[in-house]
Design a protein around this ligand. Structure first.
Ligand code: GDP
Ligand code: MN
Length: 389
């Protein structure tokens, strides 16, 4: 789960990670009231969407008067913001953050992310803040300093010094930076985050560090022990089909291809997607119907897959281990009564009671249901059907 910048900054503040003062607004009037309440004479008006690159897309504006706050709030609220992370369709801006303007001497980058190969959180810092960190990583990787922190030891002074020296900070700023990084590591660990990114981390002319931006992602499996974070969920930022699938115990991720996939087990689902690619097709989705697939979940699966207009065929690839294939075959028949399945459905059922399942499907004799003998055969037939062959 991801949260908005303003929410990440609320969490930062609790851990004494310095952030500018700011307040979220849902209307232009509220934005103006917030700016007056914050005081000062320079404000930043920032679109709150779950995507980065807002600045370049026109979603971050510096206002030098209350009139300008009003003008920028009017422009940004309700706009469809397109950034390199939103895709060409962009995202509707429904809330904005009004923040006191920061005095920026230098823009750095600081992030914490789980390194799965090292099995440890890694803190990354760079002098090249403000720009796309992916570009820095590709073109000048030596400009990113990394330290892995063994969670059983925790963040220590030497971790902080390695980062601070790597950034080439002057002596008098090292202590402040280490305190900042230590607090950020606490934020990451205490909240079961999977990612924190501060880009830019600003150094002021007085040599203080402030988080000007803040992105946080969380481990979904740990949300159960963080009701306060779960409460920050913004469903309007999430894919409605993926959310609905979750309610029925289905794991669904939409992709860009045209072969819909309905598979049991995440490993088999990945293998199925690979096989579709291997035989020259592209999967339209990842869908794991789980171990307890029933007629109802299969029908829901068809419904969700078919909502994607790109889908030209569906490959049902189920291995009957705990779940019996004859039940799945009946589920498919049931589902075709509940949902209008308008594209060819290629079915490969193997494992427990596979012969019975084949018999059921054969006897039902539904026009657009095509039997496959194995994974490779099924993938080929599904890809051919998607191409209209
Ligand atoms: P992003 O584009 O989605 O990553 O949004 P950011 O929060 O990083 O804002 C984009 C850019 O706006 C930053 O890199 C800064 O250069 C600039 N910016 C943000 N806040 C301030 C501020 O308080 N003062 C000034 N001068 N610039 C700011
Ligand atoms: Mn940023």
């Amino acid at each position: 789960m991801n949260i908005h910048e303003y929410q990440a900054k609320q969490i930062f503040a609790k851990y004494n990670v310095p952030v500018p003062k700011g307040k979220v607004a849902f209307s232009v009037d509220e934005a103006v009231a917030n700016a007056k309440e914050l005081g000062g004479n320079i404000w930043v008006v920032k679109a709150q969407i779950h995507a980065g690159g807002r600045g370049l897309g026109g979603g971050v504006k510096l206002a030098k008067s209350i009139d300008e706050v009003k003008q920028f709030a009017t422009e940004i609220l309700g706009m469809t913001l397109v950034t390199h992370q939103t895709g060409p369709e962009g995202k509707l801006v429904q809330k904005i953050y009004i923040e006191e303007g920061a005095d920026i001497a230098d823009e750095l980058y600081l992030g914490v992310v789980l390194d799965r190969a090292k099995e440890m959180p890694v803190i990354m810092a760079s002098t090249e803040g403000g720009m796309e960190i992916e570009k820095v990583a590709n073109e000048t990787p030596e400009k990113i300093v990394k330290v892995a922190v063994d969670p059983s030891i925790g963040f220590q002074g030497f971790h902080g010094r390695k980062l601070a020296f790597g950034l080439g900070l002057p002596k008098e700023q090292i202590g402040k930076f280490i305190k900042f990084a230590a607090a950020l590591y606490r934020v990451y660990m205490d909240n079961d985050a999977s990612l924190i990114e501060i880009n830019p981390l600003v150094k002021t002319s007085a040599g203080d560090f402030i988080a000007i931006d803040g992105k946080m992602g969380f481990d979904d499996s740990a949300l159960g022990r963080h009701p306060d974070i779960e409460a920050m969920r913004d469903v309007s930022e999430e894919d409605p089909a993926e959310m609905e699938a979750g309610k029925y115990g289905l794991s669904y991720v939409k992709l860009d291809g045209n072969v819909g996939c309905m598979v049991n087990g995440a490993g088999l689902a990945m293998g199925t997607m690979d096989t579709i690619n291997y035989v020259g097709g592209t999967p339209a989705n990842f869908l794991d119907v789980g171990g307890a697939a029933s007629a109802k979940t299969v029908a829901k699966g068809f419904e969700i897959i078919l909502r994607d207009p790109n889908v030209k065929s569906i490959f049902v690839n189920i291995f009957g281990g705990i779940v019996r294939c004859d039940r799945i075959a009946n589920g498919i028949l049931e589902a075709t009564k509940l949902v209008n399945v308008s594209v060819p459905v290629i079915v490969r059922l193997d494992g427990t009671n596979a012969p019975e399942a084949a018999e059921i499907l054969k006897n039902a004799n539904i026009g657009n249901v095509i039997a496959a003998t194995d994974l490779g055969d099924g993938a080929k037939k599904a890809v051919a059907a998607a191409k209209g062959e």
